[in-house]
Design a protein around this ligand. Sequence first.
Ligand SMILES: CC(C)(COP(=O)(O)OP(=O)(O)OC[C@H]1O[C@@H](n2cnc3c(N)ncnc32)[C@H](O)[C@@H]1OP(=O)(O)O)[C@@H](O)C(=O)NCCC(=O)NCCS
Length: 372
Amino acid sequence: MPEFSPGLEGVVAAQTAVSEVDGANGRLIYRGGYLIEDLAPTVTYEEVAYLLWNGELPDKAELDALRKQMASARVLNKAARGALLSTDPATDPMDVLRTVVSAQGATKTLIKPTLEEAVALTAVFPTIVAAAHRRRLGREIVDPRDDLSHAANLLWMMEGEEPDVKRVHWVDSYLVLLADHGLNASTFAARVIASTGSDLTSSVVGAIGALKGPAHGGATLAARSMLDKIGSEANAEKWLREAHERHERFAGFGHRLYRTYDPRAKILREMAATAAPELHRTAARTEELALHILHEAHPERPNATNVDFWASVVLTGAGVPKELFTCTFATSRVAGWTAHVLESMGDLRLIRPASVWIGPEAGKKPPVLAKR
Ligand SMILES: CC(C)(COP(=O)(O)OP(=O)(O)OC[C@H]1O[C@@H](n2cnc3c(N)ncnc32)[C@H](O)[C@@H]1OP(=O)(O)O)[C@@H](O)C(=O)NCCC(=O)NCCS
């Protein structure tokens, strides 16, 4: 019997060519062998999604075809619209996303995951996220535009105004950087569901649920809330020391795999200096001190800055409201989730780990029936 590994740490549970996290060297490699720092400055989210699904970057005709396909899939169907309108407008946008995605994929029979479905599911995320946001504000829902990119559509449908190109670029870069990340918790959840022979929507709904937690996608919002509480460079040390004494975790720090600086955080840190200069200053001081305090307490632990810390600053600069941070993460990661599910179709085997029994020895209790 193999040994129990809490949190499945160190357990290899899949083979994948979708992406690779080289934690020791701080590298993230996307499908085809692209290093994230080479890819990020040159591609759009649509191109990265194509790469993750198909294994190659698209040429112009393939990209145009994908854009068209996504444009035609951005509208909610009747069931999804009904589900959206049935939620209380104050509902957490992640819960709206989970509910509406489920309704959008409701079918009469079980359908095997397909690439077309992956494209359609990915395309509709910004529509749902923006609609949830507009309803929270008590405003009319804004329809998607076929002439805008995926990132621009998210801002357009959120605000109902032509989005500024710089802000579109920041959102697009964020979407590119977060699109896949090895066998993270939500991707694993998606692959577990797919391994039972279930449908793609079920995998994606399960993944949304896994992403929501503060140890995973919810960390971006937690990082922003931490920066809000810190408020200024001058207050950073006092706040962090007190939080550390209360044994609170610093949001946006630490990672299961990275033993050094997260390469996505490095790119976002640079972008944040232009996207949100004031918040960048507080964040830079916070980062410096947080790393110092973590190192002081445990010099043997390589707790470095992770992507969520700097993502929270870039998304703030791009004008994404903090309530939508986790949904925006999901809007990016859905390409990775669906790529993993499609990949797993090639060698489908039920994921079913074992557990270690820690209950009492069997047969020692008086027979239950005798008591009755
Ligand atoms: C991401 C995370 C869940 C990885 O956790 P993990 O690999 O399971 O590591 P553990 O939770 O076992 O933590 C190991 C030790 O480091 C400490 N640690 C890890 N991250 C920490 C953080 N951000 N702040 C303070 N201490 C931290 C833990 O308290 C633990 O110490 P202990 O053994 O004395 O309790 C963890 O680092 C974390 O909670 N980070 C904050 C949330 C976050 O940013 N999540 C986004 C990840 S991309």
